[in-house]
Write a protein that binds this ligand. Structure first.
Ligand code: ZN
Length: 349
């Protein structure tokens, strides 16, 4: 099978990889579409994401959907029938540890997440013609759902988990920093959860126009209008909830001053490695919570349901689709934020 394999920064090759045998309880999926994630882009551009560095060739990709083509019964999971169209949950937690049993599978220390260099050997990803996953990683989608829409279940689950970590969002004055795919999906997820208003920031006008189209009350270009956000926050008495989806140090450092006392900041973006200096006295004196949000678990099924019943419309973020053979062009477009691309997909099968 052909796969998009990263050998180092800017060295992405389409090459043949071994297809492995199924173990009991596993499923082979013919991958049809895959979305390029910010972490795929970070691996591609820098050879690393956060603290995870590529140390051996890595097939990228973890936002994928396709069709079940083979099933090995066993392991207690109800396997989907051959031919079922599925969104693949890239999380494969151990299911046995304390975190898994407490319903916090995303914190599992033995997590095997598709397309990740967190472990050695790396967990190979799913930008490949077929991929083997555990049966419970396959979530059936309607037979007429476009594959690239189904592939959006993964980033939408990230956003839904972030909103869950925010606590009370109903009626809240929400700030979303960053209008990339995760930021825009956080906007959609916050509105879905009943946010009173959502302000979105970015450095580029193109993504901000999409944020407005998706229901943002305000969209602020923080590069052109540096004081605009402080002014908005001041007029409203501060934000109740902030979802940080840029991974930029400047963004998180500025955030505590924008919050209402008692507010909550959720860090979704992955910051550069190492320590980040923060105005902790502001967090202390205003009792502002700062919490992390990492991946998702049960939100994956919630995301599939919201896409299937149309309660969350992600179509505004779909930018372009390239065949697998043109993966380098797809990564180049997805890396160029000034061009306005949000979510770029590979069409694989
Ligand atoms: Zn576990």
């Amino acid at each position: 099978m052909l796969a998009a394999v990263l050998h180092g920064a800017h060295d992405l090759r389409i090459e043949a990889r071994e297809d492995r045998m199924l173990l009991p309880g596993e499923v082979r999926v013919r991958v049809r579409a895959g979305g390029i994630c910010g972490s795929d882009l970070s691996y591609f551009n820098k050879g690393s994401v956060g603290d995870f560095k590529i140390r051996e060739p890595l097939t990228l990709g973890h936002e994928v959907a396709g069709d079940v083509v083979a099933v090995a019964a066993g392991d207690g999971f109800a396997a989907p029938a051959i031919g079922t169209r599925v969104a693949i949950n890239p999380s494969r937690p151990c299911l046995h540890c304390g975190f898994c049993r407490a319903g916090r599978e995303n914190l599992c220390r033995r997590m095997r997440f598709l397309g990740s260099a967190a472990l050695m050997p790396h967990i190979q990803g799913a930008f490949s013609e077929t991929v083997v996953v555990r049966a419970d990683q396959c979530v059936p989608v309607p037979a007429d759902m476009p594959y690239r829409l189904a592939a959006c279940a993964e980033p939408l689950a990230v956003a839904l988990h972030g909103v869950r970590r925010a606590g009370r969002v109903l009626g809240a004055n929400v700030l979303v920093a960053g209008a990339g795919p995760i930021g825009l999906l956080c906007l959609a997820a916050a509105l879905h959860a009943g946010a009173g208003s959502v302000t979105v920031t970015d450095l580029f006008d193109g993504p901000l126009a999409i944020a407005r189209r998706m229901g943002a009350s305000q969209a602020v270009n923080v590069r052109d209008d540096a004081g605009g956000l402080e002014h908005l926050a001041g007029a409203a008495g501060g934000f109740d909830v902030a979802l940080e989806a840029t991974g930029s140090t400047a963004s998180i450092v500025a955030m505590p001053a924008l919050m209402r006392p008692g507010g909550r900041i959720v860090q979704l973006g992955m910051l550069p490695p190492g320590a980040t200096p923060l105005p902790v006295n502001l967090l202390m004196a205003r009792e502002i919570d700062l919490v992390g949000s990492f991946r998702f678990h049960e939100e994956f099924g919630i995301a599939v349901a919201a896409l299937a019943n149309g309660r969350i419309d992600v179509s505004p973020i779909l930018s372009a689709t390239f065949p697998l053979a043109e993966a380098n062009a797809a990564f180049a477009l997805a890396s160029d934020r000034a061009q306005g691309a949000i979510k770029v997909h590979l069409e694989i099968g």
